[in-house]
Design a binder for this molecule. Structure first.
Ligand SMILES: [Zn+2]
Length: 258
């Protein structure tokens, strides 16, 4: 990144992303040359104020994501209470970590992955922090579920993968793997992914086709200031950011009623 004091591009030491008041994202780092602070806006960042349609979509999909936290037998009621009509759980795929819904009228299916119950559990999730989530047991279990749902309903009828926190990480990873559109709310991330995201974005500039699915079909909804999902803010997903509405920047409830 360019250093105004050194008047040239220099190596970065450390680094962080900060959301500014007008919903832009700024990358900051220490200059390896002079030790001063340097920063720049991240051009690939697609945040900013949400449109009315995006707010409504965030509300819709976050309710599915939130439902996965409920006990299996209470999920249908949860969705109904939250105003989502026409969907019922497919018990063939239900477990405490996974909720699959079908819409009998349209033949569509939605898969929701549950997050960990407490933020501190997620931070401790060694796989996410190490950047090896795709090797975890949970990834493999969810992969099996997605394959099963695709087999039963047909690929084109799996409308979305969605999830919050660890579940959001699952929706991003498995959405990429199976090319199914996904909605992730404050997905778990590793600080390592900040650097990885920047590399991926450079690659996207050279090979735009390879990133089209990420950028158009995989939404990454982030509440500014949430440390758990910060690591993905440099990534080439369709990133959307809101300012926190309450003290808890990580909770799925941030998205229900925008
Ligand atoms: Zn410098």
């Amino acid at each position: 990144m360019y250093c105004t004091r050194c008047r040239q591009k220099t190596e970065d030491k450390g680094g962080d992303f900060v959301a500014t008041r007008n919903n832009k994202l700024r990358k900051t780092a220490e200059c390896a040359g002079c030790g001063g602070r340097k920063s720049q806006f991240v051009a690939e960042y697609h945040g900013g104020a949400l449109s009315a349609e995006e707010k409504s979509e965030a509300g819709h999909w976050s309710r599915f994501a939130g439902s996965a936290y409920e006990p299996v037998e209470q999920r249908d009621q949860f969705l109904q209470d939250k105003g989502i009509k026409g969907w019922e759980q497919d018990r063939d795929f239900a477990d405490p970590h996974t909720a699959v819904y079908r819409n009998p009228e349209t033949g569509k299916a939605v898969v929701a992955f549950r997050g960990t119950h407490e933020a501190k559990d997620l931070v401790a999730d060694a796989h996410i922090l190490a950047g090896t989530f795709n090797k975890s047991g949970q990834y493999k279990a969810w992969d099996k579920t997605v394959k099963g749902v695709v087999g039963k309903y047909g690929h084109e009828n799996v409308e979305r993968l969605t999830g919050h926190s660890l579940g959001g990480k699952g929706a991003l990873a498995l959405g990429s793997e199976h090319q199914i559109p996904s909605e992730s709310f404050n997905p778990g991330s590793s600080p390592l992914e900040l650097q990885k995201g920047i590399v991926q974005n450079l690659r996207c500039k050279i090979y735009p086709e390879s990133c089209r699915f990420w950028k158009t079909k995989q939404r990454n909804w982030h509440v500014a200031g949430d440390p758990i999902s910060l690591g993905l803010q440099g990534s080439p997903y369709k990133n959307k950011v809101i300012m926190p509405s309450g003290a808890n920047v990580h909770t799925i409830a941030n998205w229900y009623d925008l």
